[in-house]
Design a protein around this ligand. Structure first.
Ligand SMILES: Cc1cc2nc3c(=O)[nH]c(=O)nc-3n(C[C@H](O)[C@H](O)[C@H](O)COP(=O)(O)O)c2cc1C
Length: 209
C-alpha cells in the first residue's frame, strides 16, 4: 500500500502511528503576567548538541475552541522562555491529566497534583516530580502550515539541565532508573525498560578512498 498524505483523510493518525516511540516533552511556561502552564508534546526531540538544542511542535489553536490559542506557544512567543521536563513512568498519569484544553487561567500543576519548583535561569517553574528538567531560551519559532491548522515548531537552547543525582554517573545515564515513557499512537504509550546494545561498526578513511 502507498499513501499520498494529500489524499488520505486523517493522515496524522498514520504518521503518529509509525514515527514511534516518541519522547514526551512536558513543557512548563509562564506568561508575562505570571500565569503558569504545563502541557505535554510528543512532536519532540533533541536536534543539536552544540549549542544544545531541543525542538517541539505545538499547534497554534486549541481544538474544540472557536479561537483560543494554545497557551504554551503563546507564552513562549511572549517571553522566550520554557522548561522541558521529561515524562517518566511515575508521572505518566499526571501528564495525561494536563492535556485537556483548559482555560488559560488554569494551572495544570494544580490539576495534576504536581509541584512547581523554581528554575535558576528562566521564570517558568520546573516539575519537581520529573527527574530531568531542561531550562530553555527560545531560538526561534518556525511556522508550519496555514490558518487554524498551523503549528509552531519551537526551537530552544538548553541553558541549564537539572538531573536527579542517582540517574547520572559521569556521562552515563542509567535508563533503568530514569524510566522514560514513549508515546505510540493515540492513547497508547510504552515503557523503555527492555534495552539492548549494538556496537557501531567503524570505517577508517584512507586517502585514495
Ligand atoms: C502525550 C501527548 C502528546 C501531545 N503532543 C502534542 C504535540 O506534539 N503538539 C501539540 O500541539 N499538542 C500535543 N498534545 C496536546 C496538548 O498537550 C494539548 O493541546 C495541551 O492541552 C495544550 O495546552 P496549552 O493550551 O495549555 O498549551 C499532546 C497531548 C498528549 C497527551
Amino acid at each position: 500500500m502507498k499513501i499520498d498524505p494529500r489524499h488520505f483523510e486523517g493522515f496524522n493518525r498514520v504518521l503518529t502511528g509509525v514515527v514511534v516511540p516518541r519522547p514526551i516533552a512536558f513543557v512548563s511556561t509562564m506568561s508575562a503576567s505570571g500565569q503558569v502552564n504545563l502541557s505535554p508534546f510528543s512532536f519532540f526531540n533533541a536536534v543539536c548538541s552544540d549549542p544544545p538544542t531541543l525542538a517541539f511542535s505545538c499547534s497554534r489553536y486549541a481544538p474544540g475552541w472557536p479561537d483560543k490559542r494554545k497557551d504554551t506557544l503563546a507564552h513562549i512567543e511572549e517571553t522566550g522562555e520554557f522548561v522541558v521536563n521529561l515524562v517518566v513512568d511515575d508521572i505518566a498519569e499526571a501528564m495525561n491529566q494536563t492535556a485537556a484544553e483548559y482555560h488559560t487561567e488554569v494551572s495544570e500543576f494544580g490539576v495534576a497534583g504536581l509541584t512547581p519548583a523554581p528554575s535558576d535561569l528562566v521564570r517558568p517553574p520546573r516539575v519537581a516530580e520529573s527527574p530531568v528538567n531542561m531550562e530553555c531560551r527560545l531560538n526561534q519559532v518556525v511556522n508550519i502550515g496555514e490558518g487554524r491548522r498551523q503549528n509552531g515548531l519551537v526551537i530552544g537552547e538548553i541553558v541549564l539541565l537539572h538531573i536527579r543525582d542517582d540517574i547520572i554517573s559521569g556521562h552515563h545515564i542509567d535508563h533503568q532508573k530514569l524510566r522514560p515513557v514513549g508515546r505510540l499512537a493515540g492513547n497508547m504509550y510504552c515503557h523503555t525498560d527492555h534495552v539492548f546494545e549494538l556496537t557501531r561498526p567503524v570505517y577508517l578513511y584512507r586517502p585514495g578512498d
